[in-house]
Design a protein around this ligand. Structure first.
Ligand SMILES: [Zn+2]
Length: 114
């Protein structure tokens, strides 16, 4: 394949975009951390419930990004912002621990259909 053929192929390759929450990764990491230190159910459902509470409390900033591309706009996380987020994550842990969305016998494993 010549250089120009390769360039043409790259140009004609369809671009895929995806809508992602810029806070997604940082919130998931914080939730895993707090969950690990809290005496509570550690199932996937409780994990996702906690994430949902934190996202819905204002930690969502959607950006359109090319598939596979690193986020250009990573949320500005100084120490103050981080502490604020951790407070929200701990609040979510208390809520999910007190009001789990499943009974005590239905521990939901990662990857199992909800
Ligand atoms: Zn659970």
């Amino acid at each position: 394949m010549t250089d120009s053929e390769e360039k043409t192929q790259k140009r004609t390759r369809p671009l895929y975009f995806q809508l992602v929450n810029a806070y997604d990764e940082i919130v998931r990491m914080a939730v895993r951390e707090v969950m690990g230190k809290t005496d509570m159910c550690k199932c996937e459902r409780c994990f996702l419930d906690m994430c949902a509470i934190v996202f819905n409390s204002g930690y969502s900033h959607y950006v359109n990004t090319r598939e596979g591309e690193l986020l250009k706009k990573i949320p500005d996380m100084n120490l103050g912002n981080h502490v604020e987020m951790m407070v929200q994550v701990m609040h979510a842990a208390r809520l999910v621990k007190t009001f789990p969305h499943h009974g005590p016998d239905e521990i939901v494993k990662a990857g199992s259909p909800l």
